[in-house]
Ligand binder design. Structure first.
Ligand code: 13P
Ligand code: SF4
Length: 362
């Protein structure tokens, strides 16, 4: 977590605020060549294009986790993403490395839909209904670090949008049922892809007593899904997919698995942000591709593929992802090692790392 004094430092000095985009780009490039391999900039695909342009590596959550885990010569990892991503890097990197975030106030609202208190309460209730030793927690990477640690401490595993199916397959060989959190849509879409019947899935609503579930349904279930959602991806609707197909006959529709099951069911393909990038790259020139994911990525793909027609299912942006900009990136680079260093409690780190490494070695 970022300390309060570092939040205050977010109010950038006027001399930085006065710089133009071109000046910022030049200065950031200068600092990058000054630091060489000792400072590496990682950026998620949803970052602003000008930020992605400055990155040494861009990727989806899994690729960024792998990169943070394997960087050899970097002393500093400047992570352009939201809180769960930067903390994941701080959990996975080596002890002598420091992770720095340009925007400590960038969170993922989905991650905050499952607090440690609510998850613990749910777990305790579930343990009075089923054999808890045969219930495996599967925590989506878009989660709080302490919830990842809770999962690691109980034999569970982390997943990302690019490996959920493999993780759930592994879990189904290990236990009787799994408790998936916090994104219900990713859970439902994965169950559908794996052929888990609807009557074997229950939704756990943390706002209701006993999750709003009948204990008999829990006993008969294979999957218990936390009722969390991403506000960016639940903006997309089946109606929009139908309209896109009417307006652009022959178009391809590709969406992120955080979209609801109707949207995913009506799409031609679904996958992580890197899957979407690759899908567009591999489409034939002249094709029309309609994309259901965050706006910064859709806009960048439009710019990068002028030989294809790329359209957003609708304009849905993640304001948190856009909190990183050239100004705060320049500010952390020019004060490297002194500001916005990401810290995670040592006990949380230990157990969250177990759950993350379980995924990475799968
Ligand atoms: P990816 O892991 O597919 O990059 O997704 C991260 C995310 O936050 C999606 O909303
Ligand atoms: Fe979280 Fe959704 Fe933003 Fe991804 S797009 S970081 S899930 S709020």
């Amino acid at each position: 977590m970022i300390k309060n004094d570092q939040w205050i430092a977010m109010l950038l000095p006027p001399e930085i605020r006065a710089l133009t985009q071109d000046e910022l780009i030049e200065k950031i490039r200068g600092l990058k060549s000054h630091y060489g391999d000792t400072a590496v900039i990682l950026a998620h695909h949803y970052q602003r294009s000008e930020v992605v342009m400055m990155a040494d590596f861009r990727g989806d959550s899994l690729e960024l986790a792998r990169r943070a885990h394997s960087l050899e010569s970097a002393k500093y990892i400047i992570f352009c993403g939201v809180q769960f991503m930067v903390e994941m890097a701080a959990i996975l990197c080596r002890p002598e490395q420091k992770v720095v975030t340009p925007a400590p106030n960038a969170i993922c609202p989905l991650a905050h839909m499952a607090s440690l208190e609510d998850v613990t309460r749910a777990w305790n209730t579930l343990s009075s209904i089923v054999n808890i030793k045969r219930l495996i927690p599967v925590v989506y990477v878009n989660s709080l670090s302490e919830v990842k640690a809770f999962c690691g401490e109980r034999g569970g595993i982390i997943c990302t949008s690019s490996n959920t199916r493999d993780v759930v397959k592994w879990v189904m060989r290990t236990g009787e049922r799994f408790f998936f959190l916090p994104d219900e849509n990713l859970g439902v879409n994965t169950c559908n892809a794996l052929g888990i019947p609807k009557d074997k899935i229950v939704a756990w609503d943390p706002a209701l007593p006993d999750g709003g579930c009948d204990p008999e349904d829990i006993k008969g279930s294979m999957a218990i899904l936390w009722k969390g959602f991403c506000h960016v991806h639940t903006d997309f609707t089946l109606q929009q997919v139908k309209m896109a197909r009417e307006n652009y006959p022959g178009c391809l529709v590709v969406v992120h698995p955080e979209c609801n099951e109707e949207v995913v069911g009506a799409a031609d393909a679904t996958g992580s942000t890197s899957f979407i990038v690759q899908y567009v790259e591999e489409a034939s020139p002249g094709s029309t591709i309609v994309i259901g994911t965050e706006l910064n990525l859709v806009r960048r793909l439009t710019e990068e593929h002028p030989d294809k027609t790329i359209i957003g299912l609708s304009d849905s942006s993640c304001p948190d992802m856009s909190l990183v900009n050239l100004r705060n990136l320049f500010w952390v680079l020019s004060n490297l090692g002194k500001v916005n260093i990401v810290e995670v409690d040592e006990k949380v780190k230990k157990f969250a790392r177990i759950a993350l490494e379980r995924m990475l070695t799968l």
